[in-house]
Design a binder for this molecule. Structure first.
Ligand code: FAD
Length: 294
């Protein structure tokens, strides 16, 4: 472990309050590097075999509430640089929140990720997940990404070297994304803001976005909507402990206050069993589960 790297370092750090689900135990070490060089220094000097995981806004992760035998690197409060180039490309660091980026673009009448307005999370998390909507995903505009490997080497990857899929950027788990280049197009302030308004309104009316949740729990199977399968299998409102299936959007699980990791996992297992029994379809998790030792 290297405690001389620049950045904020905390030992035995509780993740619960930072996670969208409000569930999560203590990690061995929590490191928030100030910039990519600090991250590289840290990784170069890191010793031991303890796993290292990078997290952003934690809006798509269900984290074990046991002690987590891992070092967590978090770029959400740093890595905030956004640089526009004359060729219509923009370089965005991985900790930039999606909504902040959309706002910055909108003020200049630049079209880029406004279809993703109101999706919580950082640019890094969105790239790892290939986040998006039924009509747009972030890899539609990715030119390249820049990462750091676990030995601190810089790795640049062009879009055509990656094979992004539905809700997966297919980025190796041992890479930490530090920034990306995105393609933008010229628009107008009014047009971009109109899209944001429409999308924001739609999300508010269809998703429980102010609740403790991680968004869609399961991926949509080919040709189906996961929420419809879950609804027609009778799972709307189903609960385990303080975790329940949202009435507003059946693919969202809500933490009603004190739900545990096991409450959510058990509820997910029951949903999968019911959907399999009713429809013969095995749902696959979209949310990323972080646990060790089982
Ligand atoms: C209310 C709500 C609505 C949502 N709606 C949508 C939606 O419409 N569409 C959609 O696609 N998603 C949606 N989500 C899910 C989530 O917002 C997205 O997946 C988001 O892009 C995750 O970003 P994050 O920074 O929170 O990532 P995290 O949750 O912190 O991490 C997600 C994964 O990315 C990895 N990761 C994060 N940052 C990095 C990095 N810098 N380098 C390498 N790996 C990294 C993590 O290890 C983890 O595996 C929703 C979530 C909520 C709570």
């Amino acid at each position: 472990m290297n405690n001389s790297s620049k950045g904020d370092i905390f030992q035995n750090f509780a993740l619960k309050d930072l996670s969208s689900f409000k569930i999560g135990g203590r990690c061995k070490l929590f490191f928030s590097p100030y910039n990519p060089d600090d991250l590289r220094d840290f990784l170069k000097n890191q010793s031991g075999n303890i796993p290292t995981i990078c997290l952003g806004h934690m809006s798509n992760v269900l984290i074990s509430d046991e002690d987590i035998e891992a070092n967590i690197i978090c770029t959400r409060d740093t890595f905030q640089d956004i640089r526009f180039f004359e060729n219509n490309n923009v370089k965005v660091e991985s900790g930039v929140p999606l909504n902040k980026f959309v706002h910055v673009c909108s003020l200049q009448g630049i079209s880029c990720l406004e279809q993703m307005y109101c999706i919580p999370g950082t640019i890094g998390g969105a790239l790892f997940m290939n986040a998006g909507t039924p009509i747009f995903e972030i890899f539609d505009v990715v030119v390249s990404i820049e990462c750091v490997d676990m030995r601190g080497n810089i790795i640049s990857i062009n879009r055509d070297e990656l094979k992004p899929a539905y809700r997966s950027g297919n980025i190796p788990k041992d890479l930490i994304i530090t920034s990306c280049i995105l393609r933008t197009s010229e628009s107008s302030v009014a047009t971009v803001q109109k899209t944001m308004d429409e999308i924001g309104r739609k999300r508010l009316s269809t998703q429980p976005i102010s609740m403790a949740t991680c968004g869609s729990t399961f991926k949509n199977p080919d040709g189906y909507k996961a929420w419809q399968l879950i609804d027609s299998a009778g799972c709307r409102g189903m609960s385990v402990g303080e975790a329940y299936v949202s009435d507003l959007h059946c693919n969202f699980i809500i933490n009603n206050g004190n739900a545990t990791f096991q409450d959510v996992k058990t509820l997910m297992r029951l949903i999968k069993e019911k959907v399999l029994e009713k429809h013969g379809i095995m749902l696959k998790e979209e949310i990323q589960i972080i646990e060790f030792g089982d």
